[in-house]
Design a protein around this ligand. Sequence first.
Ligand code: COI
Length: 355
Amino acid sequence: MTAAMDIPVTKATESKLKSYSFEKLVFGKDFTDHMLEADYEDGEWKNVEIKPFQPIQFLPSMAALHYGQAIFEGVKAYKNTDGEAFIFRPYDNLKRFNISAKRMQMPEVPEDIFIEGMKQLIAVDQDWIPSKPDHSLYIRPVMFATDESIGVHASNRYKFFILLSPTGPYYAAPMKIYVEETYTRAAPGGVGFAKNAGNYGGSLLAAQRAKEQGYDQVLWTDAFEHKWMQEVGTMNVFFIVDNIAVTPSLEEGTILEGVTRDSAIQVLRDMGIQLEERKINIDELIDAYKKGTFTEIFGTGTAATISRIKELRYKDFSMNFDLEKYNIAKELKQRLTDIREGKAEDVYGWMVPVE
Ligand code: COI
């Protein structure tokens, strides 16, 4: 393993920043000048380097393409009002990354590559961190299997890389959501709690079907009854019922343990909102909607932060929400944004300085 300070850096000959516009950023489309790469071979991590953003070449027999040993993370970096760069809760992403690695029979990535490598990469490309409100530098760590063999077994070799992408608000408008009853994202014993690439590939058909019916995404339900709430699109989900915030609990292993989910739980509690992590089903939500006590529904995620939902459709029944009354989601988003953008004191110790 390479000590943190030894990561060699090869600088790009010319920065793309000179001709880059931070206006109208499209999520995940543009990348900074540099990337970090490392290889796992013979039981150890090696070849850690920061280099110009460039293609990675492999033979068509590369294992990840065939059997899906591929995991990733989403992290964000911000600049505070003094122009200093900070990463939001990267140690929590490292923890989750290694939980995903274990589930997918892949090696763990050590802190001095994941965290120190991330810090050093951002330090090299810190002029790419947007300073506009609601903008940030999205960080994408990835690991995939690189054995050039199509035998079905855990690979012996892996590639780890980190990409950086300047980004603005993810969902421009409040969302319309369809409660999914045909397709399943995760079942107990499966890989729902892991951030492996296949979970996202497997979700695309349902999302497309929802779009064809005029909805932005689906609300994933359990595999057996399609009644119990899991996640919304690529986000965790929160419901405000009777002024209590309810979010699905994690014990079945079907839900990704979101870093933004955990941040929302802590901030909501500090706002004096009662918070329940428990199972919640569609019948309870419909009853509460009919009584007028189901007042807000929103998604939480790294890319989207807090995304309000304005319509929830279950079979032929549509629940429509008054966004003007989304006081809890609004204050939660503001509090999180203020901490991330350095406008409020970071009482939780979430912001990790890049340098
Ligand atoms: C994130 O919120 O970081 C995600 O991973 C969601 C999506 C962009 C894949």
